[in-house]
Ligand binder design. Structure first.
Ligand code: GDP
Ligand code: MG
Length: 735
């Protein structure tokens, strides 16, 4: 018996079941190494089947075969350089349409191909049946069904592989790109034919050159006659761009998608299964071309209304708790600097931040629900269209969505973007996604200056403004700093399902722990620092002698009271007398409180923080901000919640000790503030410098101080300009 030796390469999308099938085929006969020259894992295994010695190579999982990531280049170079006898493309049938995109690209490489429809069990549960015979006819290649995790269909697959390998030369598959493109392909193919033979299939090479594939360009550069060819390619690309109104690579990708859609509709037999049709019906609404975006905005609007309205109650309870603690300490401790540090610094600062925990939890609850049900993927799909219109990689929106929680994981999430330009742009705009740390600032200001029925919409408007600004800035950066083409991307659509209580509760718990940790460390440290800066120097030059002024009041009161010393008169007169005395006493108290307040605010104004604040005040005056806001904004670069804690400390330091009010109350009483100033401040907080943690991650991920400094500078400048526009326009309109 003769044994043929066959090399079989397994290709497929990530999570299509490649490794499972690889293990099914090879059992224990496998080893892991790296591809030559790159550190991408290479798994190889052996299997003897029906007189064939099979060498099975597991290619890296990829969604496409463009030259945009190392994995994709490795996968296609193995196919081109090592010329495996057969490629087995493993498809996740429950996501057939997306998986077919890779299949079409593999077909275009003109190597013998077998399709394995894996996960057919999942597909059937979703009510999706696939007509393999029709698929095989349409694509001209064998199609086999498998269920990897139950080792079903493996032998069938191997038999088909062996047959396909011994079959006569297969007929090459060609996807028709339409007359305009085909004419150029023909022209380039002809030019290529006159060049020295190259290892690439000619039609494929022509396509890749027209797509301006960097990797192929590099490989072809060394050929004699390249410069002439390059001129032809350039001319053809320019013509195509004019004809198609788009970069050729985008047009090509669209044609492939269209073809994939056509194949899918021909071979997919959707059962009348409830889950499938319902999910399709829901998708057709949620990701609709026109309504998709308004629905997304509507969902966000609802979310922020709930965050504000429902969050209000527990927030009030926490606020009363914090106030009770502060009152208790104020009563029970002897006057000292420590007492003031605790009451004004720690409780005024950290306490004010902690009260926003319920709102933050509600926000995360909302995000977790939207994510777990599968809606976020639809939102990403809808935003993908917008993103692609501005030239940003569709995948960018997934890290950006993470930014609603915290910008740090969002920036780290950009690692999934292979194209370095896309990645830089996404890193630069992701801080514009309003993170949960900014929510306390918005909630405080909204509650203080806007009526309850508007509050949710005000919050929503700030978040959406951030999203829109991110899109605009991405477009701007893409056009100026990082020009170049973007690639097409197929979005993964997880099936809808009910979120599990367990996963939601775990997420809430983790969030609370993180928030309280941050309050207990960074925000505590910032509050203590701010307290010192607002309380010292201890001796400040006052504009008048407050002690003497107080003594004066007491003296005046004493003499007035003495004048009223009752003569032995009638009962009526005595009553009148007591009333008068009470009134005088009240006047005395009011005057003393006022003096206290004046003294405290004068002391505050002369403190280190006050001096610094007044120094920078001229730069923010045009935005309607005063020095207190200035101090808050500078300290809040540490973490955005620190704006709340700093204002909390400043207002409780600058307040008479007798009748402290809530921070929101203090803000409402401050004539600097108005709804307009509050809104300008929210916008400024949204846009200006990323917090320290985010800046550190930007530094690490870009590996560049220059871009970190740029991120800080552009966002702060932009914040100033937009807050200026908001405040000045608002003032002009009479708000
Ligand atoms: P890879 O990323 O392509 O290598 O995918 P894996 O082989 O790691 O498979 C991803 C997951 O899908 C694993 O949990 C497998 O057990 C599971 N899986 C693989 N094939 C099937 C299948 O046919 N049906 C079902 N239901 N699950 C499968
Ligand atoms: Mg794997």
């Amino acid at each position: 018996m003769t044994t043929a030796s066959l090399t079989v390469a397994l290709a497929g999308n990530p999570n299509s079941g490649k490794s499972t099938i690889f293990n099914n085929i090879t059992g224990s006969h496998q080893h892991v190494g790296n591809y030559p020259g790159v550190t991408v894992e290479r798994r190889e295994g052996f299997r003897r089947f029906d007189g064939n010695d099979l060498l099975v190579v597991d290619l890296p999982g990829t969604y496409s075969l463009t030259a945009h990531s190392l994995d994709e280049v490795v996968a296609r170079n193995v196919i081109i350089d090592e010329k495996p006898d057969i490629i087995v493309n493993i498809l996740d049938t429950s996501n057939l349409e997306r998986n077919l995109y890779l299949a079409v690209q593999l077909l275009e490489l003109e190597r013998p191909l077998v399709l394995a429809l894996n996960m057919t069990d999942v597909a059937e549960k979703m009510g999706l049946k696939v007509d393999e015979a029709a698929m095989s006819r349409k694509l001209g290649i064998p199609v086999v069904r498998t269920v990897g995790n139950r080792n079903r269909g493996t032998d069938d697959l191997l038999r088909t592989v062996a047959e396909a390998a011994s079959a006569a030369k297969h007929k090459p598959f060609t996807l028709n790109y339409g007359p305009e493109i085909e004419a150029r392909i023909a022209q380039i193919t002809q030019a290529l034919a006159s060049l020295t033979a190259v290892k690439y299939p000619q039609r494929w090479l022509a396509l890749k050159l027209l797509e301006n594939d960097q990797d192929v360009n590099k490989a072809v550069q060394i050929l004699p006659g390249w410069s002439e060819l390059k001129a032809q390619v350039e001319a053809a690309r320019t013509q195509l761009k004019a004809l198609l109104g788009d970069d050729p690579e985008i047009a090509f990708a669209e044609i492939r998608y269209r073809f994939v859609g056509e194949v899918y509709r021909e071979v997919a037999v959707a059962g009348s299964d409830w889950a499938q049709t319902t999910s399709d019906k829901i998708d057709s609404v949620l990701t609709h071309r026109l309504y998709g975006l308004p629905i997304f905005f509507g969902v966000m609007w609802l979310l922020f209304n709930i965050v504000f309205t429902v969050g209000h109650y527990p927030q009030d309870w926490l606020q009363s708790g914090v106030k009770a603690l502060s009152d208790f300490l104020a009563r029970s401790m002897a006057d000292s600097a420590l007492k003031e540090l605790l009451v004004d610094g720690v409780i005024g600062g950290v306490g004010s931040v902690i009260t926003f925990l319920p709102n933050i939890l509600l926000l995360f609850l909302g995000i977790a629900l939207l994510e777990d049900t599968g809606y976020m993927a639809r939102a990403a799909f809808v935003m993908d269209r917008v993103m692609r219109a501005v030239g940003l990689h569709g995948k960018s929106f997934i890290p950006l969505l993470l930014g609603f929680g915290c910008n740090v994981p969002a920036i780290m999430g950009t690692r999934t973007l292979e194209n370095p330009r896309d990645r830089m742009v996404t890193i630069l705009v992701s801080p514009l996604m309003s993170c949960s740390a900014r929510l306390p600032v918005y909630t405080l200001l909204t509650a203080a200056f806007f009526p309850d029925y508007l509050a949710g919409s005000v919050l929503f408007s700030v978040y959406i403004f951030g999203v829109m600004l991110a899109v605009v800035m991405a477009l701007l950066f893409r056009k100026t700093l990082f020009p170049g083409a973007s690639e097409a991307f197929v979005m993964e659509m997880p099936p809808y399902h009910l979120p599990t209580l367990r996963s939601i509760v775990t997420q809430m718990w983790e969030r609370s722990v993180l928030y309280l940790k941050k309050a207990g460390t960074l925000i505590l440290a910032a509050s203590i620092l701010v307290w010192f800066l607002t309380n010292y120097p201890a001796d400040v030059p006052y504009s008048k002698d407050y002690d003497q002024a107080k003594a004066q009041i007491e003296e005046t009161f004493a003499s007035q009271a003495a004048d009223q010393v009752p003569l032995p008169l009638g009962i009526e007169a005595a009553e009148e007398n007591t009333a008068l005395l009470a009134e005088l006493d009240q006047q005395r108290k009011d005057a003393l409180v006022q003096l206290d307040k004046d003294q405290a605010s004068e002391k505050l104004a002369n403190s280190y923080a006050g001096q610094f604040g007044h120094l920078i005040e001229p730069t923010i005056r045009p935005l309607g901000f005063d020095w207190k806001i200035g101090v808050g904004l500078v300290s809040a670069v540490a973490a955005k919640e620190v704006l709340v804690s700093t204002l909390g400390t400043i207002y409780s330091v600058g307040e008479a000790k007798e009748n402290p009010s809530s921070l929101a109350g203090a803000l409402t009483d401050d004539p600097t503030f108005s709804p307009l100033v509050a809104y300008a401040l929210m916008i400024f907080t949204l846009i200006y410098s990323p917090c320290l943690a985010a800046l550190a991650v930007i530094r690490r991920e870009t590996n560049s101080w220059k871009w970190t400094a740029f991120s800080f500078t552009y966002s702060t400048a932009l914040a100033w300009l937009i807050a200026f526009a908001v405040y000045q326009t608002g003032t002009y309109l009479g708000f």
